[in-house]
Design a protein around this ligand. Structure first.
Ligand code: ADP
Length: 270
């Protein structure tokens, strides 16, 4: 139906066009402005957790006898530190990905393995929210790519699907093959994303609900990383979403075949 129209598509073509116009002098200045803006955003994003940590430590100092309070604030410090660490890692990752120089470690990658690894690593947070993680393998496509970058991208999508869903919902990760293309979709029954936000959520630090993002340990960089990883692989990301129905993020990457043969070989006695 009309609700299945692709709302947003990120393609390498877009970014090539962006590079082409970037040769123009005015556009070069615009690119510099973007970099400056990123630096300003980064400083701001770092200031918030550091300020929070300082305040938490101060409160502990002033209430050292109150064991309960000390314990609960120490816990908050740990949570904030975790988020800060993630933020720093992602800033480094994004700078690398945007740097232009090739960061890819090209090799054949089994996407079913990528999905299994991601599902394993998020199982605890899904269980804590009673969210069912459902893998659906219609195929086991193999792509040429960087295994670690692909795991990071898929993990960001699944993390979001869990974070932006109410408890008890389902998150499906499906794998399929269309002629010459591997298709990986992360489907949630969560909050959904309003049409006017859909284009913008792939921007660095853009969030529809900053408080919720922060509360779930979000950095605002996850989808920007997804976009850059997919572009590095000359793939596309599509987003379909409807508020209070859910969201589907679909990654498509070039693929020559399935890993079925490799699987059979692995299973054979040595
Ligand atoms: P964050 O760390 O805030 O999750 P992301 O770049 O991963 O950063 O996502 C940007 C924003 O896009 C989120 O803050 C949220 O508003 C929105 N978003 C991302 N994924 C989903 C989803 N599956 N459902 C609803 N909203 C989402």
């Amino acid at each position: 139906g009309s609700s299945s129209i692709v709302h947003v598509r990120v393609t390498p073509l877009n970014s090539e066009l962006a590079l082409a116009v970037a040769n123009d002098n005015t556009e070069q200045r615009a690119a510099e402005a973007t970099r400056r803006e990123f630096a300003v955003n980064v400083s701001h994003e770092l200031k918030t957790p550091v300020g929070a940590l300082s305040l938490l430590a101060e409160t502990i100092e002033d209430n050292a006898e109150d064991t309960e309070m000390v314990r609960s604030f120490a816990k908050k410090i740990r949570k904030e530190t975790r988020r800060l660490t993630k933020l720093i890692q992602e800033i480094i990752e994004i700078s690398r990905l945007q740097g232009g120089e090739s960061v890819m470690d090209y090799a054949p990658v089994d996407l079913a393995g990528v999905v299994a690894e991601v599902i394993d690593s998020v199982r605890m947070s899904a269980d804590a929210k009673e969210i069912a993680l459902v893998p659906e393998y219609a195929a086991a496509p193999e792509v040429m790519g960087d295994h670690d970058l692909l795991v990071m991208a898929v993990r960001n999508l699944v993390d979001n699907a869990i974070n932006y869903s109410e408890p008890g919902k389902r998150v499906t990760v499906s794998l399929a093959r269309e002629e010459g293309v591997a298709r990986l979709a992360v489907i949630d029954q969560g909050l959904g994303i309003a049409l006017e936000d859909q284009e913008r959520i792939f921007e660095r630090f853009y969030r529809t609900d900053p408080a919720r993002s922060r509360d779930t340990g979000g950095t605002g960089l996850g989808l920007s990383i997804v976009k850059h990883v997919v572009l590095q692989h000359s793939g596309t990301v599509d987003l379909w979403s409807q508020p209070s129905v859910g969201s589907t993020f679909t990654i498509r990457l070039a693929s020559d075949g399935d890993t079925a043969d490799a699987g059979v070989a692995d299973a054979a006695p040595a």
